[in-house]
Design a protein around this ligand. Structure first.
Ligand code: ADP
Ligand code: MG
Length: 463
């Protein structure tokens, strides 16, 4: 019972180990964090704060040492357990927000729940409550680009809280905000620590923030140099054991977020029919701003669902749901293309998906091919571009009039692969007549090509 909630033991993270450009981002850091503590990780830029935070989140694997959360060694978790861990135990907030620009505020907050397969009403109610609490419920149907930085950060805090995790991790959450919005975020954090009893770990290099924390871990050059205790929240038995050495500094102000709404959820969500198709809308939209590679693994269950919906249309629910499980295994790389084929083909009684052989083969090969192109997106090289464009030309039988049109087609696909345009930008360029600088595809064909590209882009957010 008196165990630490998070226990970091001699954590080392070394990049380019053994090479001339070796960097010891973390050089043997040990930290214990107790339930309901508010801990700040403080130090100059480059001292390893983010690395420590990502180590605690399991997004950064240790080179040496161990990280335990709730008694579990993160490095020993399977990918599946890690996904579970991210869905239920921790919420993350970043300096750059990482909201998805093509989803509404409400959908952004709901997103972690989509991965868990909760009903739409459950998802939206929980999300709306948080938006109301943080004073941004009137922005629910707007898009992130229409919000101020402070509002965006409140949306991302709502997203971090929506699955009600015990632990919130925040990496320089006020780093991109003006001072008033920064204060608002600090007030919210204080409130979710003291009222909601969340264990909170915040990275900052701003000394003005330190007063908010129960404990401050000072870092320098990849090492912990000091811990300051403002207020000791460790369990009594541990304090007794250690002898109460905590310098109990008083004087932490009690002011709680001024701008927070407290009204109860409105009943408007349950009876809005156009909201029923959230999943479909997710599929139809671009996923272009989820660029944080490290969180890609969290998307795998969602990717499996979307890839399935994309490829299939005419199987029974049972056949599709067992195939979805198989696709998940495939995306987790627990099974390969051959096993995927075999299991799709196998009778349901024998644990398969009950498809026929032909369908199983063409499905598995198609999935494999899309994944291959998705992997090419990150490479950003000529070969991957050629491979994607040739694939699109082949499967949609594109008849590109001349070399000039082919070059244009490649250039536009390249822009999309580099995220310089979104799906609508691509659609338009493919659709516009050649004389006006486009590719001149039929509208329906352009749509199909764009859909395929978006699936490739979704899958490219790497695990
Ligand atoms: P902080 O968050 O305190 O600014 P970081 O944890 O981001 O510091 O980085 C600590 C050190 O590790 C820095 O010197 C940084 O350049 C280095 N570093 C971080 N990520 C990588 C990486 N992927 N490859 C090489 N070095 C890295
Ligand atoms: Mg950092």
């Amino acid at each position: 019972m008196s165990q630490a909630l998070i226990s970091v033991d001699q954590l080392r993270v070394i990049y380019n180990q053994g090479k001339s450009n070796e960097v010891r981002s973390l050089d043997g850091v040990s930290v214990e964090i107790y339930a309901e503590e508010y801990v700040i990780i403080y130090g100059p830029s480059g001292c390893g704060k983010s690395t420590l935070l990502y180590g605690i989140s399991g997004l950064q694997a240790p080179t040496y040492g161990d990280v335990f959360v709730d008694g579990k060694n993160l490095a020993k978790m399977t990918k599946r357990e890690k996904v579970q861990f991210h869905q239920t135990s921790i919420g993350m907030v970043f300096q750059a927000f990482y909201l998805i620009d093509t989803l509404t505020v409400l959908d952004n907050v709901c997103l972690p729940k989509v991965f868990r397969g909760e009903s739409l009403v459950q998802r939206q109610e929980a999300a709306m409550r948080l938006l109301q609490r943080f004073g941004i419920s009137t922005q629910a149907d707007r898009f992130p680009s229409q919000l101020s930085g402070g509002q965006k950060q409140r949306v991302s805090i709502a997203r971090a809280l929506v699955n009600n995790p015990k632990i919130i991790l925040a990496d320089e959450p006020t780093g991109a905000l003006d001072s008033e919005s920064a204060q608002n975020v600090l007030d919210i954090f204080k409130d979710i620590n003291s009222t909601d009893k969340k264990t909170l770990i915040m990275v900052t290099h701003n000394p003005e923030h330190l007063v908010y924390a129960d404990r401050v871990i000072h870092m320098k050059d990849g090492k912990k140099v000091r811990e300051d205790i403002n207020k000791d929240k460790r369990p009594m038995e541990i304090l007794k054991k250690e002898g109460d050495k905590a310098g109990n500094k008083e004087g932490l102000q009690e002011g709680v977020a001024g701008a927070l709404e407290t009204s109860s959820p409105k009943g408007e969500l349950t009876d809005a029919p156009e909201k029923i198709s959230t999943e479909l809308r997710l599929l139809m939209r671009t996923f272009k701003d989820l660029s944080l590679k490290q969180v890609g693994v969290l998307l795998i269950p969602f990717k499996a669902k979307q890839l399935l919906m994309h490829i299939l249309s005419e199987l029974t629910e049972e056949q599709t749901s067992s195939a979805e499980s198989l696709l998940k295994e495939f995306l987790f790389k627990n099974i390969d293309n051959n096993i995927l084929k075999t299991k799709l083909d196998l009778d349901m009684e024998k644990g398969g998906a009950g498809w026929n052989k032909l369908r199983a083969i063409s499905f598995a090969d198609r999935a494999q091919e899309i994944i291959k192109h998705a992997e090419g997106v990150g490479k950003n090289d000529e070969a991957s571009l050629l491979s994607v464009t040739n694939y699109l030309i082949r499967i949609y039988h594109l008849k590109l009039e001349d070399d000039e049109t082919l070059l244009r087609f490649r250039a536009f696909v390249k822009l999309r692969m580099e995220n310089k345009i979104d799906r609508f930008g691509l659609q338009q360029r493919l659709d516009v007549p050649r004389q006006l600088g486009g590719v001149g595809l039929y509208k329906g064909t352009a749509e199909k090509v764009v859909r395929e590209m978006e699936m490739i882009m979704l899958l490219s957010y790497s695990a």
